[in-house]
Design a binder for this molecule. Structure first.
Ligand code: AMP
Length: 442
């Protein structure tokens, strides 16, 4: 595979990569970087977590740095389009880190906040601009930014840009860039619309496919509980309270469902935050910050909201409901088991969802292990008062998963009855106390 130097990366970027501890290129980096340094277009089938940001950022920064021209006011030379503010900010952070020894300037613009600081950053001079489409078009229409000097264009998470209805905006933006440019398109999935867009904007691209079907699934211990909808929340709470769960994302199908479940988990003393498209930008950011800092250790999310967000150390993913599209299952569980770490993905499946489960199994060519979780009697956890809730928590913590009987099915792996290591055992008491006081459990 080789190291970054053998891919053609030079001194100041090697130093920055070394600073952040990226010693070995990830597969997308080793496959993409040499071609990108040569100026080739690229179609990358990859989701967040594969190292795709550095795969496009390092060669782009190096090429711009080689040009050795000062940043021009309002005239970025590279443009990175991202569907959400969160992703734009993550890309911007990565640019700061990887470009720390280069004299290049970057700015990030997105909607939902005042535009003046963004305008000031553009006026000061910008080499790389990271942007969400709507705000970028607004700023361009007002003359605050001019895209005629863009020589590198990156569309990140193209499928999501299209899902979110940005196709016309994206095309209007691309029309403002020069025809002669290097273009990169990254997408986790390749629906027809993305393939068509790729055909329109890429010239003789190299194709790099590191889709999670090939990369992460084998790292993840997948388990299924068949449980009626009316018992799902209690099963979820029981599984969440297992001490092996340090940080979890719970997927629901609807925004409404995410809100309701979050309220219920919070009422049971579980540090949970919801994130979905109906939340204001500031509420979403706050939820993510709480999750990242560990103040909330459970994030309840819808598919759209969670894609593109990269969290380290997500130990568990829960499918509270199976998604409509089997592909979404793969994206969801790809939130755990990152960068070689093992993760656990649970799916809570109502008998009416069996058809969806079969569709998932067909896609992943694998049957997750089916597990039965025994619940404590209803009244010990359900009866309203805080005393009984505390009692309920102690009960389930003490029992953990010992009431779980494990039954393998098909080619699925055997689940560990509790999955708890000795080290985990040691920290159990401490973590339980921290969770109770609402602090970080990570
Ligand atoms: P991305 O797919 O760009 O969101 O990257 C996922 C995570 O992997 C980021 O948080 C990076 O910090 C990390 N990462 C990217 N490249 C490497 C690498 N070569 N070695 C180790 N970690 C990396």
């Amino acid at each position: 595979m080789g190291d970054f130097e053998s891919l053609g990366i030079g001194g100041k970027f090697l130093r920055a990569l070394n600073d952040v501890g990226y010693r070995q290129p990830t597969p997308i980096q080793s496959q993409a970087i040499p071609h990108l340094l040569e100026g080739r277009d690229l179609l990358g089938v990859a989701q967040t977590g594969t190292g795709k940001t550095a795969a496009f950022a390092v060669p782009a920064l190096q090429r711009l740095d080689d040009e050795n021209s000062p940043a021009r006011s309002r005239h970025p030379r590279a443009l990175i389009l991202a569907p959400t503010r969160e992703l734009a900010l993550q890309i911007s952070d990565e640019l700061s880190t990887l470009g720390r020894y280069a004299r290049l300037r970057h700015a990030v613009v997105f909607g939902g906040v005042g535009q003046n600081p963004q305008v000031r950053a553009l006026v000061k001079g910008v080499d790389v601009l990271v942007a969400t489409p709507g705000r970028l078009l607004d700023l361009a229409a007002q003359g605050h930014v001019d895209l005629s000097a863009v020589s590198i264009l990156v569309l990140d998470e193209a499928d999501r840009l299209l899902d979110m209805g940005f196709i016309r905006d994206v095309k209007r933006i691309i029309a403002q860039t020069p025809e002669r440019r290097q273009s990169l398109l990254f997408s986790a999935t390749m629906p027809k619309e993305v393939t068509m867009l790729a055909r329109e904007i890429l010239y003789d691209p190299i194709r790099v496919d590191v889709s999670p079907e090939h990369v992460t699934l084998k790292e993840i211990d997948q388990r299924v509980v068949i449980v009626g909808n009316s018992d799902k929340r209690r099963v979820l709470e029981r599984l969440l309270r297992d001490d092996t769960v340090s940080r979890a994302i719970v997927f629901t199908r609807t925004k409404h469902g995410a809100n309701r479940l979050t309220r219920q988990l919070q009422a049971s003393g579980i540090g949970a935050e919801a994130i979905h498209g109906n939340k204001s930008q500031s509420a979403r950011l706050r939820a993510l910050e709480n999750f990242q800092s560990g103040d909330a250790w459970v994030l309840v999310a819808t598919d759209i909201a969670a894609r593109g967000i990269d969290f380290h150390a997500v130990s568990h993913v829960f499918n509270y409901e199976l998604p409509h599209e089997p592909e979404s299952y793969v994206h969801r569980i790809g939130r755990t088991g990152r960068a070689g770490a093992t993760g656990v993905a649970w799916s809570l499946v109502d008998p009416s969802e069996r058809k969806r489960l079969r569709a998932v199994e067909k896609l992943i060519r694998f049957s997750p292990t089916e597990v039965t979780v025994q619940l404590p009697p209803r009244d010990s956890t359900e009866s309203g008062g805080s005393e009984s809730r505390r009692e309920g928590r102690r009960t389930s913590s003490a029992r953990d998963m010992s009431g779980e009987s494990v039954r393998s099915r098909g080619s699925g792996r055997r689940a560990h009855a509790s999955g708890r290591s000795q080290g985990d055992q040691k920290t159990r008491g401490r973590r339980r106390v921290r969770r109770r006081s609402g602090q970080s459990a990570v």
